[in-house]
Design a protein around this ligand. Structure first.
Ligand code: ADP
Ligand code: MG
Length: 245
């Protein structure tokens, strides 16, 4: 029986009149690559903001390793093992790639192995060794995304949240990112991935949660989810023959 590293019950977030996330339940199995998909504005990034504590919950509960995390500020959530790779990477531009990753290693879960070993491991996982001594300024989007994962990984998380890490990447870069996320998981870190690239999502996710307008509309294996009529109509689009010019 696999235990869940993260669970949400009745998770709700309202911004004044707008309910961005409504009564969403989720269970993320430890050791999995868990996918979250949904149209633009569905509430995916808001859910990450609730998990990391950037926003307080309006209602509901989120438990990490069995404990409610509601009272904890963001930095404490990182110290207990939750890390996030942002969609828009904002590294320190004048620092080298290695120095940026080292900043991650200075924070996060206390203890463990030599921080410089963690930095080397993070650079290797992300395939950034050859760029390690370059300044972050002027990196390509693909390399910035890798740096974002490496910096989050360097905080030694047991759960890594990745918000659209393949957005805007070409097919080669997308494949590299998929491999990078697999390596993260293979080293024992559970991955929660928000992604639009359905090929990437279905190839690496063990289970997928689908939300639309803040509500859960489906969950299951990639095969179950892509065949679900609610998912097809809300997210994947109508079958071609039913479209009218
Ligand atoms: P997604 O990541 O799925 O594209 P978001 O989580 O960014 O969607 O947004 C979900 C909804 O919540 C959108 O309608 C967005 O405008 C709204 N929203 C997100 N953050 C805020 C905020 N801080 N204040 C008001 N509305 C917000
Ligand atoms: Mg988003």
């Amino acid at each position: 029986m696999s235990e869940n590293i993260l669970s949400g019950r009745g998770v709700t977030k309202s911004f004044r009149g707008l309910t961005a996330i409504q009564d969403v339940d989720f269970d993320v199995p430890a050791g999995a690559i868990f996918g979250l998909i949904g149209p633009n504005g569905a509430g995916k990034s808001t859910l990450f903001n609730l998990i990391t504590g950037y926003y307080p919950l309006t209602r509901g509960e989120i438990r990490f390793s069995g404990e409610s995390i509601s009272p904890l500020p963001t930095y404490r959530r990182n110290q207990i093992g939750i890390a996030r790779a942002f969609q828009i990477s904002k590294p320190f531009p004048a620092l080298t790639v290695r120095e940026n990753v080292r900043v991650g290693a200075m924070f996060g879960r206390p203890g463990g192995s030599d921080p410089e070993k963690v930095v080397d491991e993070a650079l290797a996982i992300a395939g950034l060794e050859e760029l390690a001594d370059r300044t972050a300024e002027g990196l390509t989007v693909g390399s910035l995304r890798k740096l974002e994962i490496a910096r989050a990984y360097a905080t030694r998380p047991s759960l890594l949240l990745a918000d659209e890490p393949c957005a805007g990447l070409n097919p080669t870069e997308t494949e590299e990112m998929v491999n990078c996320l697999r390596k993260v998981r293979d080293r024992g870190t559970t991955v929660w991935l928000v992604e639009h690239d359905m090929k990437a999502v279905t190839s690496i996710c063990d289970c997928i949660l689908v939300i639309d307008a803040g509500q859960k509309i489906a969950e299951g294996t990639p095969q179950e989810v892509v065949a679900d009529p609610k998912v097809i109509s809300a997210y994947l689009g109508e079958p071609l023959e039913e479209q009218v010019d």
